[in-house]
Design a protein around this ligand. Sequence first.
Ligand code: BDR
Ligand code: CA
Length: 323
Amino acid sequence: MKKVILDCDPGHDDAFAIMLAARHLEVLGITGIGGNCVIENVARNALKILELIGRPDIPVFKGHSRPLAVELVTAPQFHGKSGLDGPELPEPRTPVQNKHGVDFIVDTLRAVGDVTLIATGPLTNIAAALNKAPDIVPRIREIVIMGGSVSFGNWTPAAEFNIFVDPEAAYRVFNSPVHVKMCGLNLTRQCLIGPAEAERIRRIPTRTASVAAELLDFYMEACRKLIGSDGADLHDACAAAWVIDPGLIKGAAMRITVELRGEFTRGMTVCDYRHLRGEDPLRDIYHEAGTAPRGGEPNAEAGMELDRGRFLSLLYDTLAGYP
Ligand code: BDR
Ligand code: CA
């Protein structure tokens, strides 16, 4: 089993990422990050999901409560006040670990190695770990994130929520020597879960599946009201699924960086995919003549095409396998 640390901000779709990862990967720990909701709720929600699925043995750590450079933006519009509104879940009995999430990431990588980082919230903890301990770089197998987009944004026309919340952290991660796999909105929008899929889940005879269906009821209703979609994208579940079954998503290598200054584009992932149209990926016609080292070799792989049938089977089987 692949060893992973899951850095997340549950969050309805994060909850599904936890369920997938805990069943098919060796989850060394979950680190929470302020994002969809405040860090106290993030940690509580992660513990609630772990107890639901019978995995309270997976330790949960609180990471940063907010981005390093700017104020936190949360998303109660999509995830409710608690960050995980919908089903009534008991207060967790398992305590949050005392160690800071960033220290857990650093210490674990130094001790274990060959660990994949799955990040489904703002990238603050991952950037902080890279800043604090650059020696962990060769110990990271890859960083698989839900964030950004090869196409348009959701929080703003240009920016996706996770990158928008902490663009400086995302810039740090994309511009690090670690290989990044980006599950952006262009990909995650291919996994829309509608009423038919929610009903299919409701019929699975496990408590976990019933709760999953209730989570979907709340999330789908929020998406219907806010963006008029007939269903909800399980964004974060795609990132976990990509690690579990790499063939489930077709990716394309490209150079990706993050816009930090644009008045309308702050937090946008700027993706150089000109080569997909047969143009030279390494050319940066504007900067070529100057000194600024823009463009260049791909530093990332962007998810482009999801095998939706395979994704849904993985999801249904996973929910059926839990208590
Ligand atoms: C991302 O934003 C959050 O609200 C979701 O949990 C997901 O990680 C989608 O833009
Ligand atoms: Ca998330």
